[in-house]
Design a protein around this ligand. Structure first.
Ligand code: FAD
Length: 376
């Protein structure tokens, strides 16, 4: 197989939301960039498809809250560049376990981010499709991202900045070269100064086929098949994005949700079975669907609880749910987005671009190496 390209500055492997954002931000810095995606545009085999993802800033810690805040103007810049609306502000609410709600309120307060804490009865008057049991944290700088449109817009912006975006090209191996890397694909070899691995659930396989020394050591990554479901709304209620933390009246696992073009989506966070990304059945687990139906029947009077339409998507999770975004030599890895990475994508893309350029340092939370498991 011959070399099909002249040398480029950066090859990004993986055209999900993270790789697409990394390609955009690197190209925006004037680098020559090729983005390679093994499947067709808009495919549903990874983690970045569908009509909705929550955008919110209320995290327990200041680090993630600040990172989500950094992503906000970049989402808006993306919209301006591409003329595509991807982020709709609806506000977000947290309710349930009082400790979870109040710690997030404290973090928002410490960073000067607008928010309010409402009595549950007042919250029910405002969001009539929902039931609340405890104090409700609301912050308005939150809402929903359209997932498919976001990925499309990020790739469009990458192209406008000069990147080449190629679908249906799978990377088989990456070799270290005297200077930079050689990326072996099923259509040829690309020489590059740097490789960015943003391969989602395929990251381990890709790294196993990467002959770079020293090799980055990643924390364990668990891939699970998750199944949120959409429900048909039965009122004209407005829907914030929401997280219901277990620990008050809710005694089962926590639930996230939001309104979307496909209905009101709710899901459990990371409860699905472990799978290999190339050998999964996409079939919903009936018990899991029933749990969502039961939740909707009790907590969401604004939907038809019998109308569940399940979907299938992958989580790739680190032991502490913190991402891996780190560089070693001529390789940067952006992986392990642990079921909450979408909202941050342009800020992560900017971080990757900085790591590739060598002008930023990896945040401690995102470094290679082992991680302590978080006990839920
Ligand atoms: C059900 C569900 C709900 C979620 N809800 C939210 C939410 O509300 N808010 C939020 O912020 N986040 C949410 N997330 C998480 C978020 O969607 C993910 O963190 C994010 O999409 C991960 O993107 P990624 O680019 O890392 O992975 P992916 O989207 O999987 O992209 C990786 C890409 O790499 C490609 N690839 C792999 N190997 C190769 C190769 N060798 N050659 C070429 N291409 C390759 C794959 O085909 C794939 O397209 C949710 C995730 C799921 C599953």
């Amino acid at each position: 197989m011959g070399v099909v390209d002249g040398r480029v500055d950066v090859v990004v492997v993986g055209g999900g939301v993270i790789g697409s954002a990394a390609a955009w931000r690197s190209a925006a810095r004037g680098r020559s960039v090729v983005l390679l995606e093994q499947f067709e545009p808009g495919h549903a085999r990874g983690a970045s498809h569908g009509t909705s993802r929550i955008y919110r800033q209320a995290y327990e810690d200041g680090f993630h809250t600040t990172l989500a805040g950094r992503a906000f103007p970049l989402w808006r810049t993306l919209e301006e560049i591409t003329g595509t609306r991807v982020l709709t502000l609806t506000g977000a609410v947290d309710h349930g376990h009082p400790g979870c709600v109040l710690s997030r309120a404290e973090t928002l307060a410490s960073l000067g981010i607008a928010h309010e804490v409402l009595d549950p009865k007042d919250a029910e008057k405002r969001w009539t499709g929902m039931r609340f049991d405890t104090a409700v944290l609301h912050h308005p700088a939150a809402g929903r991202l359209h997932a498919d449109l976001s990925v499309q817009a990020l790739q469009d912006a990458a192209r406008r900045a000069g990147a080449e975006v190629r679908h249906r090209v799978a990377v088989r191996e990456i070799h270290g070269a005297a200077s930079g890397v050689e990326v072996v694909t099923d259509t040829g070899v690309i020489r590059a100064g740097h490789a960015v691995l943003a391969a989602g659930a395929w990251t381990r396989t890709l790294l196993a086929n990467t002959n770079i020394r020293p090799a980055p050591v990643l924390p364990p990554l668990r891939t699970t098949q998750e199944q949120p479901a959409h429900f048909v709304p039965v009122t004209d209620a407005t829907w914030p994005s929401f997280v219901h933390h277990p620990g008050s009246e809710l005694t089962t696992t926590g639930i996230y949700g939001l309104g979307s073009a496909s209905g009101v989506k709710i899901g459990e966070h990371g409860t699905g079975p472990e799978v290999h990304p190339d050998a999964r059945d996409f079939r919903p687990d009936p018990d899991g669907v029933q749990r969502l139906v039961d939740y909707a029947a009790v907590w969401l009077p604004g939907v038809d609880a019998s109308s569940a339409a399940p979907d299938s998507c992958l989580y790739t999770t680190t032991p502490d749910s913190r991402f891996v975004v780190d560089r070693l030599g001529d390789v940067t890895v952006a992986a392990g987005f642990s079921g909450h990475g979408f909202k941050f994508a342009p800020a992560v893309g900017e971080l990757v671009a900085g790591l590739v350029a060598g002008d930023v340092r990896t945040p401690r939370a995102f470094r290679f190496g082992p991680r302590q498991a978080v006990v839920a």
